[in-house]
Write a protein that binds this ligand. Structure first.
Ligand code: FMN
Length: 190
């Protein structure tokens, strides 16, 4: 069997497996329900979209039971998870779990902010576009803050890892620390 362009149908498992090779960060998308209870779900489908106006997107699954509550809240806080947040990510993806159990957070106007996240992006839902079994949600950024000194978690092939920055001696060139650098920083350290 082939589809409209003559290609064989894609296997969902292969789709997931291959896209698992695209490393991403992990974001806990949070909000308050009408009674002030915190809500949240883990998402790695987050991307910046536009600077003027400031827009961000993420893609909740149509099957998500948390998304309708977030959607009703209208305002969201995107918490960029840190390298030691693998358990937080798992907790925010576990259906029926108390996602804020044992979690240190403080309220922001748009939603709960996880204390030691890498960054917090507060936004308001502006648009929704149906996209297959997901929805592309576009939100306008109201405020944002980075937590300097914290490093992000990386989701890759279904597992969690971390990145090593130039400052930590990894083989990446830092244009900030040496504008004329033409060699990898580990050579500088030798
Ligand atoms: C690393 C990671 C990234 C995820 N990214 C998304 C995503 O972008 N969109 C989505 O709908 N679900 C994503 N999930 C799954 C949801 O977090 C999870 O399925 C969902 O919260 C299930 O519970 P719910 O029915 O309460 O929403 C991700 C899970 C993990 C662990």
């Amino acid at each position: 069997m082939t589809d409209a362009v003559g290609a064989p149908p894609l296997d969902a498992r292969a789709y997931r497996e291959v896209f698992g090779h695209l490393p991403t960060g992990v974001v806990a998308v949070t909000a308050f329900d009408p009674t002030g209870e915190p809500l949240g779900m883990a998402c790695n489908s987050v991307s910046s979209v536009s600077i003027e106006p400031p827009l961000v997107l993420f893609c909740p699954a149509r099957t998500s039971t948390t998304w309708p509550g977030l959607r009703d809240a209208g305002r969201l806080c995107l918490n960029v998870l840190a390298e030691d947040h693998a358990d937080v990510s798992r907790q925010f993806a576990r259906r029926g779990a108390d996602r804020f159990a044992d979690l240190s957070w403080h309220p922001r106007p748009a939603g709960p902010a996880i204390d030691d996240a890498v960054a917090w992006i507060e936004c308001e839902i502006e648009d929704e576009h149906p996209a297959g079994d997901h929805t592309i949600v576009v939100a306008r950024v109201a405020s944002l803050e980075a937590n300097e000194g914290r490093s992000p978690i990386v989701f890759f092939r279904g597992d969690y890892g971390k990145i090593a920055t130039a400052a930590q001696g990894a083989a990446v060139t830092s244009s900030k620390s040496n504008a004329n650098a033409t060699h990898a920083p580990q050579e500088e350290n030798e």
